[in-house]
Design a protein around this ligand. Sequence first.
Ligand code: CDP
Length: 747
Amino acid sequence: MDIVRSPYAYAKIKNINSEKALAIPGVLAVVTGKDLEQYNLHWMPTLMSDTQMVLPVDTVMYQAQEVAAVIATSRYIAADAIEAVEVEYEVMKPLMDAHKSLDKDSPILRTDKEGKKDNHVWHWEAGDKGKTDIAFNKADVTVAEDIYLPRIHVASMETCGCVADYDKVNNFLTMHMTTQAPHAIRTVIALVAGHVGLTEEKIRVISADIGGGFGGKVPVYPGYVIAIAASFLIGKPVKWIEDRSENLQADSFARDYHIHCEMAATKEGKMLATRFKLLCDQGYTDAAANPSKFPAGMFSICTGSYNYDAAFIEADAVYTNKPPGGVAYRCSFRVTEAVHAIERLTDSLARKLDKDPAQLRMENFVKKEEFPWKSPTGWEYDSGDYHKALRKAMDVVGYEDLRKEQAEKRKDGKLMGIGISSFTEVVGAGPSKDFDILGIKMFDSAEIRIHPTGKAIARFGTKSQGQGHETTYAQIIAEVLGIPAENIQVEEGDTDTAPYGLGTYASRSTPTAGAAAAVAARKLRDKAKKIAAYLLEVSEEDLEWDINKFVVKGAPDKAKTIQEIVFAAYTNHPQGMEAGFEATHYYDPPNLTFPFGSYICIVDIDKETGKIDIRRFVAIDDCGNIINPMIVQGQVHGGLTQGIAPAMYEELIYDEDGNILNGTFMDYLVPTAVESPSWETGHTVTPCPHHPIGAKGVGESPTVGAPPAIANAIIDALSPYGITHLDIPITPFKVWKKLKEVGAFNN
Ligand code: CDP
């Protein structure tokens, strides 16, 4: 299958003529929105309960939107045939500027929604407005920033794709696809196609090695649904693989938040309150992958690592003629935006007070003994030791010496900057009382089966995309049961075999399925104890666990290994006990986990060219107890590189006619090893008090924490020239232009 895409951002479809395409030998079908409309399959729900076109019937809403699909006997023929599909458009002026979307003279985009009279999507508030206003009124000092977190795109190794294989005889759909959330997708397909007979038991979703996801492979894209419809239509498996430009131009974006933020403080530097006003550009439909209750995701963690008691957030989302989405790109639903705002504001306050930014942070951090700490916006931070993490980062980087060096360099007019980000993260969605997607609670699951010979298979509702779950989940089970990790086969991604789960994104796997693994393994150890007592003819109280066996207290030679016990579970179990050795657990976390860290970035900037060199970058992370240090370090390295990406390189840019100006990797700059500095990583360990093994998630921390550290370092370098803000990505050209503007050099 290949897809005809719109060259225009906003246009009426006058006619689609498929004749020439159908005449090409090897072309089996051309599918249009009108074809799908007959089965009521032309629209589908988004994960935020909005609606999205599968294929348009009369209007296209963004450049590169799917307009029709060609199914042919080979990808090459399909690619030729999409050129032969003739589409007649009546082009309209698109709405590209979120700031103008509520203007009276802007077109109303969602005319499909009955009675919709504007482009407003939702309004959301968190915190206490009255209390915050009072704090601002009595503050000695206030600072404000206008920050734009630009639209960026996940650039995983592989694009999206699927093979939709509909078996007419058995009315059964097998969907091999690139998804981070196979079970949720199965449910969504059943919701979309249940009325044509594809009910949930007739659908199997298989997600194998998908080449990275980072949040971008959570949504249901039209391509998947068209492939299903096409397989239905022609009775053959249909394969669809996006090319890189399609992926970059049409799939869900991340960020695109305009943030006005303010902080109030005393003249001594005690933080008192923050206020945030957001304008959120959703594109033409809200297809964000956020929990239902949180339309702006977890932005309300924007109070960060600091102790003050008033904050207020007001967010409005609007439609524009851009691709839909709002994916949690290596981010716990908008926490990246939140952390960026608070960490930039903190530096602004330090500058205004002429205070060292590290000192200001140290003075305002929530203290170790104050946990669990209730934030002014209602989160209960589980545990933390922010002072320790920042102190460690300062020691590793040699902070005090670097400040002295900076002062010397400034005398010579040289631009050196030191940037800090002391972030608090919020991962592990989530507790069922607050977290659901399309009504499905955000628990996750583990099922462990130990075979008679003591080897195991463990299946999970999450889905690794390269994070190494096969290693770490096996380690968790091995630790509890004493079965060697190499004897534990870990499987994810097949809805016919894995227990139901919500998938992997937003660093939720360790806090949810990792916890489920530990609890299920403990259930098995409890059963093992009963069997060991029976085999050893002692009571359970007489037994103690020793790495991989139950031993009779005081009689170390009287013991049964886990392998002997498991064998007995199938061959010689006590009368009345259920045979076999398996356990399942659906873990509903009591709270989220709050990993944190302190990052320090050192930059040198060449004044004449604006070239930015990251001289050093020290990252101290705390994700509670670490399951596998090597995997965590790998997560941090990759995440930091994805952190320099928005800080210095990546941004999707559109012109006012809705054309994307950097829709290929020639122009959309993804940093590589060449652009990455040599990361210096380290950690502190503050266990999570409510997680069965004291672990917190880690995958996204570096992507969340790095951008403000880099931005703060660059602004710190430029501050002698009175420059206090540049929007990310901060490119050499932006720096050079600004320096020229303020008269930093003459030529
Ligand atoms: O949901 P996702 O797997 O992307 O994120 P995560 O839970 O943060 O885990 C990323 C990887 O790091 C997994 O293989 C985890 O098991 C591992 N990890 C770890 O070894 N120790 C931790 N405390 C947290 C994560």
